[in-house]
Design a protein around this ligand. Structure first.
Ligand code: AVI
Length: 319
C-alpha cells in the first residue's frame, strides 16, 4: 500500500472468523456468513461475476450512475466526505466521485485487503484533490471512522450493489441505523437496490453458465480451510441458488453431496447427503419494502432512479 495512504486496519482476527464459523455450523440449518466470501480469490471471482452476461445488477447500476450523475450530485449537495460500505473494486465510486460537486474525502470500508488496497491506490491517483482514507474492516461492526484533514459540510454514505440485500431484516435495519449515524443530520445515503422481477431472470444471474458463481461460493470452503484450519472437502459440496417466492430473495446454499464429517478446531460437524448449508441471501426489493426498511432506521426515500425496465434502482435516503 502506498505509504502516503493512512490505512485504518480493523480486519477481523482469525479468532473472530473461527467463532462465527463454529456458531454457524452448530445452528440448524447450518450456515456460514457470506462476508467471508471475500478473500483475495473471492474478490477476484466476484469481480468476474459482475462481468457475466446473466449478472445484470452491476451493468445497470453503472449505467444509472453515469446517466444520472448530475441529478445525484444535485440531490446529494456540495462538499462532502463520501463513505463507502463494501467498496470492492471501486468501479462505481469513480463515477460517483466524478459526478459530485466537491468531494473532500473518500473513506472506503472493505473486508478484503487486496480489493481495498488496489482500489484505494487507484482512486488516490485518479482523484488528487480527494483525501483517500481506507478502512480495512467488517462494516457490520461498529467502526470509528477517520476524520478528513479538510472539513466536509456533510457525509454521503455510498452502499451500492444491493449489498444491503445480503443481510437479514434486523441486520439491514441496524446497518441503515449505523449509516444514519455516519451521515449526521444533513447527510444522505445513496443505496443500490436490486428490484423484484421475474424469478427466472434472478435465478440465471446467480447460476451463470460459465460457473463463476459456483466457484465463488465453493471458494468460501477453501478460504476457511486456509484461515481457520477446517477440513471441508470442496469437491463434496455443490452450489445451489434458488429464488424463494414469498420472501422475494435468492437463497444460496452449499449442498452436501454425501454423508460426511467436517472438523473445525477439533469439533466435528456431521453433514447428511442432500443437507443444505445456508451461505448467502440476496433480497430483491419493492418500493414499499425499501421505504419500510428505511423508515425503521429513521430514514426516508428522498430521491429514486430506476433503469427503464425497473430491474435495479438507486435510492437517496435522508433522515
Ligand atoms: C455483493 N452482493 C451484492 C452480491 C449479490 O448479488 O448478492 C454477491 C453475489 N453473490 C453471488 N453473486 C453475487
Amino acid at each position: 500500500m502506498n505509504p502516503e495512504l493512512r490505512l485504518t486496519d480493523l480486519h477481523p482476527s482469525a479468532d473472530d472468523i473461527t467463532g462465527d464459523v463454529l456458531r454457524g455450523l452448530a445452528s440448524t440449518p447450518k450456515r456460514l456468513p457470506s462476508k467471508y466470501f471475500y478473500d483475495r480469490r473471492g474478490s477476484e471471482l466476484f469481480e468476474a461475476i459482475t462481468h457475466q452476461p446473466e449478472y445484470y445488477p452491476t451493468r445497470i447500476e453503472l449505467a444509472l450512475l453515469s446517466e444520472h450523475g448530475p441529478e445525484i450530485a444535485a440531490a446529494a449537495g456540495p462538499c462532502m466526505h463520501v463513505v463507502e460500505y463494501g467498496s470492492g473494486s471501486g468501479r462505481k465510486t469513480r463515477l460517483l466521485l466524478d459526478a459530485l460537486e466537491d468531494p473532500v474525502a473518500y473513506t472506503p470500508i472493505e473486508i478484503s485487503r487486496s480489493a481495498l488496497t488496489a482500489s484505494a491506490e487507484r482512486l488516490d491517483r485518479e482523484f488528487g484533490d480527494v483525501e483517500v482514507l481506507p478502512v480495512l474492516a467488517d462494516f457490520t461492526r461498529a467502526i470509528a471512522l477517520p476524520s478528513p484533514s479538510r472539513p466536509a459540510a456533510s457525509a454521503l454514505v455510498f452502499f451500492p450493489g444491493s449489498t444491503l440485500g445480503n443481510f437479514g431484516h434486523e441486520e439491514s435495519v441496524r446497518l441503515l441505523q449505523a449509516m444514519r449515524d455516519t451521515m449526521g443530520g444533513n447527510g444522505a445515503a445513496l443505496v443500490g437496490i436490486d428490484l423484484e422481477k421475474d424469478p427466472a431472470i434472478v435465478e440465471a444471474a446467480y447460476n451463470d453458465a460459465a460457473g463463476i458463481t459456483a466457484e465463488f461460493t465453493l471458494n468460501l470452503l477453501h478460504r476457511l480451510n486456509r484461515d481457520v484450519g477446517s477440513d471441508f472437502d470442496p469437491g463434496a459440496f455443490a452450489h445451489r441458488a434458488c429464488y424463494v417466492v414469498p420472501e422475494g430473495r435468492i437463497v444460496t446454499t452449499l449442498e452436501s453431496l454425501r454423508d460426511q464429517v467436517v472438523t473445525v478446531e477439533g469439533r466435528a460437524f456431521g453433514f447428511a447427503a442432500g443437507e443444505h448449508m445456508h451461505v448467502e441471501q440476496s433480497q430483491k426489493y419493492s418500493d414499499a419494502r425499501i421505504a419500510a426498511l428505511a423508515a425503521r432506521a429513521g430514514l426516508r426515500v428522498a430521491a429514486r432512479w430506476n433503469d427503464p425496465l425497473d430491474w435495479f434502482g438507486l435510492r437517496l435516503l435522508r433522515p
